[in-house]
Design a protein around this ligand. Sequence first.
Ligand SMILES: C[S@@+](CC[C@H](N)C(=O)[O-])C[C@H]1O[C@@H](n2cnc3c(N)ncnc32)[C@H](O)[C@@H]1O
Length: 251
Amino acid sequence: MAIAEEYRRQFQWRDWGGAFAQLPPLAGARLLDLGCGIGQLAGELAERGATVVGFDGNEELLRAARPHPRVELRRADLAALPPLDRPADGIWCSFVAAYFVDLPTLLQRWRELLVPGGFLALIEIDDLFAHEPVAATTRATLDRYVDEALAARRYDFRMGRKLEAHLRAAGFAPERSFVLPDREFSAPGPSDADVIAAWRARLERMQLLQQCAGAGFPALRDDFLAALARPDHRSGATVRGCVARAAVPPR
Ligand SMILES: C[S@@+](CC[C@H](N)C(=O)[O-])C[C@H]1O[C@@H](n2cnc3c(N)ncnc32)[C@H](O)[C@@H]1O
């Protein structure tokens, strides 16, 4: 299945309504969706009355977006966004922060895109692979992969717990921190077949995990997927969110 189709399907497993309920009023707001993928969240924000400009670096995903009259999608690197005509009232950024290990530096730049007092909403997973019970060898390989990704500054799998601290470090004032239920990442008990299929596809996409596990990858994959299906499956992974305001400069 193409990645755009995977994203479209994953949408239903998230508690987006719960996340939107944490945002300031959206009617008439001018928003940015940073790392917008196929633009589904931009579309949802627009349905709630906002005008949204989405940025993403992946042309294939942008091409798969469904048009919305109040959404404009543009291709750009989030670390080097083009200047805007006018500052935005708010920024939405879901499942993107973990790509930026040095997140505070990036957030400082994004703060410049906002009106004083504008908001930034970050949503990110914490501890994606924290599903049990798995074999000790599976856990050791997953821990090594997570540590290597951080050491190489590729990805921070424990970003969810750091959102609030990173926002503060970048000059934002966090207003609301929350945990969202999620059928794919954090629901305990046996996962549904469609969720397990999505996990299989995700593991198969992770080339660097495959390199890290070497010949042990098929056993790791099968062990992890079996854990998801078990009645005693438990998850330490969480989907976290934080809504913060760009500090208003003193007069
Ligand atoms: C996991 S997806 C999240 C998509 C969407 N925000 C959502 O919540 O479903 C991460 C997105 O971030 C984009 N992305 C990651 N790093 C980026 C970068 N440096 N510049 C632009 N886009 C980036 C990817 O192309 C991808 O669409």
